[in-house]
Design a binder for this molecule. Structure first.
Ligand code: HEC
Ligand code: HEC
Ligand code: HEC
Length: 449
């Protein structure tokens, strides 16, 4: 029989082992500071590629506050656990990453650890950035280190206990952070592989389009199956796609490059930002993304293809509809008076909208995106002949918009009715100002009489 003393020793040894294991999981060393490198020390071609890569990675969307200095951080990124503020990633030596070596930057991208050795929250999508190659990290580093330094101290996160404890992130990583989730597939073309590398890595498409579990990690088993993000629904972009007309590589390229496709409509909300970035990068990168994503959608079934072809053949030549069998005359007349002149008259862009039977918004699992768009409309991009639709927030009540949306759902999709559309509209109205795609600085605060 073991003596009490022996048992005591065993417990002590076990406790020490657990502590060492915990420290091994949690503790990461600091990486020494460097003197901020001179901007001229970076190769200009590398800096230029870094700019394209930063656009593909949407770094600016999360790290630049509207109206503030580029990459100075402080952008509130909402999570189910509270708000995390992005960091200053300008080369400011005090408050930015001016004293970070390339190795420190690479470690942050690949493992979510800052220069001091602290764990970063996965709101910074390093679960994807871990796939970025050393060469591309070098280019990103060169680009960021040649930006204008901005003095902007970090803002304190608003996270509740225990989520405000960064050590917890170490456990999260142990459970969910996988390295090498992108592997070259020798069976596929170079373009497909480049697309896979970008989508699974820098472009982090899954961070919005893949559903997450209760701990905020993407569900690896259902990639691209659709998820909610910032008061929008990021549609399924796999074989579950609700799009009435199946996507193909050509359509994806157009949509991702220009933010609009005649058979699918326009990119709004958080997706508008993504396509704005993709409009600035080499077309070959966007082609590669489209090629890979087309494969993720997969070839449509014969039935789905036939239905899509049928919709396209009818588009624009739809005759005015009689009020539907469900007796929603209010919705029908709102549509006929307010929407049909632009959506059912074959009117050309920028004012002409697509035949609504082609819109993914009306075939989506909930009415959220459709409600957002009816409330806010579509703001034109500055200086371009881009689509324009007025918002109806001030001229229609929640009940009217709900009646309209119920009508559109019944009329223009083959799916069952949405539930609690009035609730969805109310919610959308409450968050309306923050979900506008691109509010110019002077109109972010709407004046209410
Ligand atoms: C979805 C939003 C989002 C995107 C996109 C994003 N970041 Fe971040 N990033 C954050 C947040 C939030 C933090 C702060 C995390 C924390 O405090 O734990 C952060 C932190 C960082 C840090 C650590 C800085 C420090 O001082 O600790 C670096 C470096 C960084 N991001 C670089 C980038 C680069 C480069 C890109 C583009 C390739 C990028 N980020 C894209 C949200 C984002
Ligand atoms: C920041 C979040 C976010 C990121 C990152 C993102 N998306 Fe989206 N995406 C959305 C949202 C939200 C929508 C719905 C937009 C709308 O209603 O217009 C959308 C819509 C789409 C659509 C239209 C689908 C349809 O049937 O209409 C495609 C295709 C798409 N995204 C592809 C991509 C690809 C490819 C990437 C990566 C390069 C990507 N998205 C990255 C949020 C995102
Ligand atoms: C002045 C013309 C105009 C009016 C009026 C108008 N729209 Fe639009 N609408 C557009 C344009 C332009 C677009 C963007 C191009 C596109 O996607 O069709 C658009 C886009 C949409 C979309 C998104 C289609 C997609 O999935 O990309 C929906 C849904 C929509 N409108 C619904 C409505 C409803 C409902 C009404 C009536 C309350 C309405 N629109 C009134 C011009 C208009």
């Amino acid at each position: 029989m073991a003596s009490p003393r022996m048992i005591g020793n065993i417990i002590a040894i076990a406790a020490i082992a657990v502590a060492i294991a915990a420290i091994a999981v949690v503790w990461r060393p600091a990486i020494a500071t460097i003197d901020p490198p001179a901007p001229q020390s970076f190769d200009s071609a590398l800096v230029k590629r870094g700019r394209d890569l930063a656009a593909i990675g949407n770094c600016s969307s999360c790290h630049t506050l509207r109206g503030e200095k580029d990459f100075a951080g402080g952008v509130a990124v909402p999570t189910p656990f509270g708000t995390v503020y992005s960091s200053n990633i300008t080369p400011d030596p005090e408050t930015g990453i001016g004293r970070w070596s390339e190795a420190a930057f690479r470690r942050a991208m690949q493992s979510g650890i800052d220069r001091d050795g602290r764990h970063l929250y996965p709101t910074f999508p390093y679960d994807h950035f871990t796939n970025v190659s050393d060469q591309d990290n070098r280019a990103l580093y060169a680009y960021l280190m040649t930006r204008q330094p901005a003095h902007a101290p970090a803002r304190e996160n608003q996270l509740s206990f225990p989520f405000n404890q960064r050590v917890l992130v170490a456990g999260w990583k142990l459970l969910f952070l996988r390295h090498g989730t992108y592997q070259v597939d020798p069976e596929q073309s170079a373009e497909w592989n480049h697309g896979a590398y970008l989508v699974e890595g820098l472009a982090h498409c899954g961070s919005c389009h893949t559903p997450r579990n209760a701990l905020g990690a993407e569900k690896a088993r259902v990639p691209f199956a659709g998820a909610d993000v910032d008061n929008w629904h990021a549609y399924a972009i796999n074989n579950q796609s609700p799009a009435p007309v199946p996507w193909n590589a050509e359509a994806l390229f157009e949509y991702l490059r220009r933010g609009w496709h005649s058979e699918h409509g326009v990119a709004r909300g958080p997706m508008a930002e993504v396509v704005r970035n993709l409009s600035e990068v080499p077309a070959s990168d966007v082609r590669a993304i489209a090629t890979y994503m087309a494969d993720m959608f997969g070839a449509p079934t014969a039935e789905r293809k036939r239905r899509g072809d049928e919709l396209l053949a009818q588009a624009g030549s739809r005759s005015p509809q009689a009020p539907p069998a469900n007796g929603n005359a209010a919705g029908a007349s709102l549509y006929a008076a307010t929407c049909a002149p632009c959506h059912a008259a074959g009117r050309a862009p920028p004012y002409g909208g697509i035949d609504l039977a082609l819109s993914t918004a009306l075939s989506a699992p909930d009415a959220r995106n459709a409600a957002n768009i009816v409330l806010s409309g579509i703001r034109p991009e500055q200086g371009e002949a881009s689509p324009i639709m007025p918002g109806f927030a001030d001229s229609m009540s929640d009940d009217q918009i709900a009646a309209l949306l119920n009508y559109l759902r019944a009329q223009f999709s083959h799916r069952p009715p949405w539930t609690d559309v009035t609730g969805t509209v109310r919610d959308a109205r409450r968050t309306q100002t923050v979900s506008l795609p691109n509010p110019p600085a002077d109109t972010t605060q709407r004046d209410k009489p």
